[in-house]
Design a protein around this ligand. Structure first.
Ligand SMILES: NC(=O)C1=CN([C@@H]2O[C@H](COP(=O)(O)OP(=O)(O)OC[C@H]3O[C@@H](n4cnc5c(N)ncnc54)[C@H](OP(=O)(O)O)[C@@H]3O)[C@@H](O)[C@H]2O)C=CC1
Ligand SMILES: CC(=O)[C@](C)(O)C(=O)O
Ligand SMILES: [Mg+2]
Ligand SMILES: [Mg+2]
Length: 493
């Protein structure tokens, strides 16, 4: 086995990175019919496994879970997830031979072992489905040639795949067929039907490639979605406490603020988020985010470079071989941060206050979304894919932080995302050290508008608005949000 992407000539690399066709809703009129009556067996019942299974069953499909023997015998959480939700549970031997579709929702680090143990039981002409392309692209696992290999990748944490479906919406999703494994030409039809089953077609679907999904998903999760939300949360909290702001207030402002602030982003892009600030605050947040973009751009580019070259995968797989030594140590260290250990205070914070008292967080989010988008597009990822991966998924990740802080985010996201999140956080904090020495409570903790008469220079404001609104993430976002007619507002505070 070897990194599939690195075996491709440059032309083919760019070709596969650039596969990205927005699929019109008329492409999904056949609903789940292509999979109706088929036996769908999900291997793994964790963040994606459970939540996709609940959606698929509600969409009328026949779902069962094949779990490893130790999970069944040990009544592990995956067994509890499946049985408490009244799903049929069995072993590979019991369920895989009858399966028309085997859905591999185990951790990426286990994929080679899992697929090699499941494949011998898979019947001729069955299909293997992934929700992330790591095993195929970064490890190059060869799959039996009679098996169709497809991907349906929700651009969302597992918990929100379910939450948005229950709201009558869904999450943006990338679908793909592995060019090396589509012997009967049925991959796309099955991927579309599965995507309808998860509700993804209500939010937006891109016909993508395994390569494009991996190289964008790793970038989004390591930078804006998890890495910068972690770094920004910790730095914002620590600064407020350093400056004497009540720790309970600081904890609540950060924990719930990231959700409130990004809910505006979800509905109206960076423009809508920035418009929630007063004119004088918007100009300040713009200036701060421009400075943050300058400081962090090289780090975003390094993450994308390491993802493209395979260097990220190499170092992460070294940690797999070391029994997740770093992942577990970094997870424990995150749990020891003051932010994680300080409960949100029993204090009332109004929805607008989350904006007026947290310009720094608004600036972090604008800078991170734009940098992730720009860096992905520069690397050959198409704007539509970059939008889903940088802007739209940020509020979905923020929903997990609002529930139980960074603990919940790092629990729900994949171990792959969690590992990349910590890598970014460890590099970003020192990068921002000088910048943070200049930050005071006007930017985080207190009302920026206090003591100001609100006057601004018109030409400056006009110019700031123009820069914000003309960014490509805003123009492509406005287009893609037109298709999100079922998007619902969530109750944030
Ligand atoms: N988490 C997310 O939000 C997203 C994840 N993905 C992708 O979805 C896939 C699943 O990730 P995620 O849902 O986070 O995974 P989780 O870690 O949440 O769940 C993994 C599941 O696999 C089982 N499992 C673990 N090791 C093995 C093994 N060796 N053999 C068989 N089963 C095993 C676990 O159960 P037990 O240990 O009890 O056996 C658990 O049920 C990954 O490819 C990931 O990249 C894609 C988009 C988002
Ligand atoms: C939730 C998601 O989309 C991630 C961050 O890519 C993941 O968990 O791997
Ligand atoms: Mg992702
Ligand atoms: Mg991921």
């Amino acid at each position: 086995m070897s990194n599939y992407f690195n075996t491709l000539p440059l032309r083919e690399k760019l070709n596969q990175l650039g596969v990205c066709d927005f699929m019109d809703s008329s492409e999904f009129l056949d609903g789940v019919n292509a999979l109706k009556g088929k036996k769908l067996v999900i291997v793994g019942c964790g963040a994606q496994g459970l939540n996709q299974g609940l959606n698929l069953r509600d969409s009328g499909l026949n779902i069962a879970y094949a779990l490893r023997k130790e999970a069944i015998e040990g009544k592990r959480d995956s067994w509890k997830n499946a049985t408490e939700n009244n799903f049929t549970v069995g072993t590979y031997e019991e369920l895989i031979p009858e399966a028309d579709l085997v859905i591999n929702l185990t951790p990426d680090k286990q994929h080679t072992a899992v697929v090699n143990s499941v494949m011998p039981f898979m019947k001729q002409g069955s299909t293997l489905l992934y929700s992330h392309g790591f095993n195929i692209v970064e490890e190059g696992l060869p799959v039996r040639k009679d098996i169709t290999v497809i991907m349906v990748a929700p651009k969302s944490p597992g918990s929100e795949v379910r939450a948005e479906y229950v709201r009558g919406f869904g999450v943006p999703t990338l679908i793909a067929v592995h060019p090396e494994n589509d012997p009967e030409g049925k991959g796309l039809v099955q991927a579309k039907a599965y995507c309808v089953g998860t509700g993804g077609h209500r939010a937006g679907v891109l016909k993508s490639s395994f390569v494009a999904e991996v190289k964008s998903d790793l970038m989004g999760e390591q930078t804006i979605l998890c890495g910068l939300l972690q770094t920004g949360s910790i730095l914002s909290f620590d600064k407020m406490v350093e400056k004497g702001i009540d720790a309970g207030y600081a904890s609540k402002l950060v924990q719930y603020g990231v959700e409130v602030i990004t809910e505006a982003l979800k509905h109206g892009g960076i423009t809508a988020m920035m418009d929630r600030l007063s004119n004088v605050a918007k100009i300040k947040a713009f200036e701060v985010s421009e400075e943050l973009k300058t400081i962090m751009r090289p780090l975003f580019q390094k993450h994308q470079d390491d993802i493209m070259s395979g260097e990220f995968s190499r170092i992460m797989m070294e940690d797999w071989a070391a029994g997740d030594k770093n992942l577990l140590a970094w997870r424990a260290a995150t749990g020891e941060t003051a932010f994680e250990k300080t409960p949100a205070g029993n204090v009332q914070i109004g929805e607008q206050e989350y904006f007026d008292h947290a310009l720094l967080m608004v600036a972090f989010i604008r800078a991170g979304v734009e940098l992730a988008f720009e860096t992905m597009v520069e690397a050959g990822i198409k704007p539509e894919s970059a939008y889903y991966e940088s802007l739209h998924e940020t509020p979905l990740i923020a929903n997990t932080i609002a529930r139980k802080k960074l603990f919940e985010m790092n629990r729900v996201i994949s171990d792959t995302a969690e590992y990349g999140c910590y890598l970014f956080d460890h590099a970003c904090k020192p990068l921002l050290a000088d910048f943070m020495t200049k930050v005071d409570t006007d930017l985080i903790g207190k009302n920026f508008n206090e003591g100001k008469d609100g006057s601004v220079d018109n030409r400056t404001l006009i110019s700031v608005n123009e820069v914000i609104r003309s960014h490509e993430v805003e123009t492509i976002g406005a287009e893609l949000r037109k298709a999100m007619t079922a998007m619902k507002s969530i109750k944030t505070v």
